[in-house]
Design a protein around this ligand. Structure first.
Ligand code: ADP
Ligand code: NI
Length: 217
């Protein structure tokens, strides 16, 4: 039963994400699902909840839907309902999708928490750092036609979600505004271990980037 459900879910997500920006496409989902299942096994989390939430977590990112924050959970709810998924599992998956986003961590009223949320959140954030994280970030910057870097625009320490979302800063700033902060926010032991290595790689990358910036040899 759950084999069939997972296959149906994969198909649904692939269809929804056809044509998505390269950092938020099916392959992001594929990586997050695999990372999430690896972490879930270590942390003894509910595998069905984790896999469904990982598969459905980005079916309709508000960034690409005029800021509508309920569109993702709404579409996921319709899918889970059509598949006659058990109400407790379905509610848990929807809560995870609502609470996953880095930008929502600015909202103090977001109080939901569970082991499965922590697992999927760590997996999603691991895919934002390391070599893949670097590739996704520059892809997003290109998609938005942002500058790669401008030494006259320093990174900001965003205090709220609106300021973070409205930023049009150069892509390198995103490393300081988000990516380098993710390691310390990892929730699971396995997530922390995996993040340490990816974080070190980004630091090495940035050192090389600035060494090359002025075009000197
Ligand atoms: P969240 O929804 O948790 O805030 P996002 O979907 O915004 O996370 O971020 C996912 C990935 O998209 C980031 O890790 C990064 O690679 C890319 N991205 C998002 N915002 C920016 C940005 N302003 N500049 C460059 N990359 C970005
Ligand atoms: Ni994601």
């Amino acid at each position: 039963m759950s084999e069939e459900l997972i296959r149906a879910c994969e198909q649904y997500v692939k269809t929804e994400l056809a044509g998505a920006e390269g950092g938020h496409d099916w392959w992001h989902i594929h990586r997050v699902r695999n990372l999430a299942l690896t972490i879930a096994k270590q942390e003894q989390a509910n595998l069905l909840v984790v896999e469904l939430a990982a598969l459905l977590h980005d079916i309709a990112d508000p960034k690409f839907h005029q800021g509508d924050e309920e569109i993702g959970p709404r579409k996921a709810a319709i899918f889970l309902n059509e598949q006659q998924v058990n109400g407790d599992i379905s509610q848990h998956v929807l809560q995870i999708i609502r609470h996953l986003s880095f930008k929502n961590s600015f909202d103090k009223h977001h109080t939901f928490s569970s082991k499965e949320l922590h697992v999927v959140q760590d997996a999603d954030r691991l895919d934002a750092i390391g070599a893949i994280g670097i590739a996704r970030t520059f892809n997003y910057g290109g998609f938005k036609n942002r500058l790669i870097y401008d030494p006259s625009i320093p990174p900001e320490n965003y205090q709220n979600k609106e300021a973070y979302k409205n930023s049009t800063a150069p892509t390198i700033n995103h490393f300081y505004e988000k990516l380098l902060l993710l390691k310390d926010g990892m929730k699971t032991t396995t997530g922390k271990e995996l993040a340490a290595q990816r974080h070190a790689f980004m630091e090495q990358y940035l050192a090389q980037f600035f060494a090359e910036w002025d075009g000197e040899r």
